[in-house]
Design a protein. Structure first.
Length: 330
């Protein structure tokens, strides 16, 4: 699969003949376009229309993050796999409350079961998370009983609340106490890591949607309204526990990120550039890691799992096969 390029330095991204180059005060770096799928921009970047036309032709998505590492927006080239039929099917399943609820429940069920797998993993390593694990186990069955999206969202929030309160036991570091889920600005180091990781996961899912016939503006769990994209938020719920959260636990456990990796600023707490680079480098490696897929019988990467999830959703919308969310077995 094509690579993700992360840019933290400030400079100018330009087209040179049939390739890209990134120029900073320190020099110029050439970027092979045929090997690049998306570019995530964390620094100050200068671009021009010639570059954007080239990126559009090469089907490369640009994602922009602000100074604090929060997602701001994307240059999303014209959909090369645009399908009026698929868009109509997505809208049909959104407008029909029963059909929408069926898909939304599966997103929540997949997320809950992957959360359960994460807790089981650490429970097996003598972490005291039995209370949270049992609470979440008791909330999986009631997903089927939800009669509307608002009830389902409340149940999903309850599941995540129990899950987040297991983080202190899993991390076991007084510098990274969870307390409560806080956002923009996060009020402690652990929440800063969660927000940064989730933001990256949303953009990765958005890039994968771009490579399918699906329209990212039509989601099912998250309401399709004035937000630009919602389907990526839905799909990310399934993968955040097994990709983002497991990565956070690993980085903290290996002390690759410590309290010295953060700055306190007027707006709250933010990660230093070195910590952001550490996070994205390890996330990139995680996404390249392969597992043997039980259905297709061959190894696939974590990133490929996201694409396969989208293909399953396409088949559901076309009435070929009922959608079942991916659940990890490890």
């Amino acid at each position: 699969m094509k690579k993700t390029l992360y840019i933290f330095s400030s400079g100018e991204l330009s087209r040179k003949d049939n390739t890209l180059f990134f120029e900073t005060d320190e020099g110029r770096r050439y970027i092979p376009v045929e090997d690049t799928g998306e570019i995530m921009i964390f620094g100050e970047l200068t671009v021009n229309k010639k570059l954007l036309e080239f990126l559009s032709a090469k089907e490369i998505v640009l994602h922009f993050f602000n100074y604090h590492g929060y997602y701001m927006g994307s240059f999303y080239p014209r959909e090369h796999l645009n399908s009026g039929f698929m868009t109509l099917k997505q809208a049909e399943h959104y407008l029909d409350e029963e059909k929408r609820l069926t898909i939304a429940k599966e997103f929540v069920r997949g997320a809950a079961r992957n959360i359960r797998q994460v807790l089981k993993y650490y429970h097996g390593r003598e972490k005291d998370v039995a209370r949270q694990l049992n609470a979440i186990e008791s909330l999986v069955a009631p997903i089927d009983e939800c009669k509307d999206i608002s009830t389902l969202m409340a149940l999903e929030g309850n599941i995540r609340d129990h899950y987040y309160h297991a983080f202190d036991e899993i991390v076991g570091n007084p510098d990274f106490i969870f307390q409560e889920r806080t956002r923009r600005p996060p009020k402690n180091y652990l929440n800063t890591l969660i927000s940064f990781g989730n933001s990256l996961m949303y953009t990765i899912c958005l890039s994968e949607i771009y490579k399918t016939h699906l329209d990212p503006r039509i989601g099912y769990l998250h309401s399709t309204n004035f937000r630009r994209f919602t389907l990526n938020l839905d799909v990310a719920e399934i993968f955040k526990p097994i990709i983002v959260d497991r990565l956070i636990f690993s980085l903290l456990g290996k002390k690759m990120i410590t309290r010295e990796s953060f700055d306190r600023v007027t707006e709250g707490i933010m990660m230093k550039e070195k910590a952001k680079k550490c996070f994205v480098e390890n996330l990139d490696e995680k996404l390249k890691t392969t597992i043997k897929h039980r259905d297709i019988g061959r190894p696939v990467s974590y990133r490929r799992l996201i694409r396969l999830e989208l293909y399953k959703l396409e088949k559901h919308l076309m009435g070929e096969k009922e959608y079942q969310a991916f659940v990890a077995r490890w």
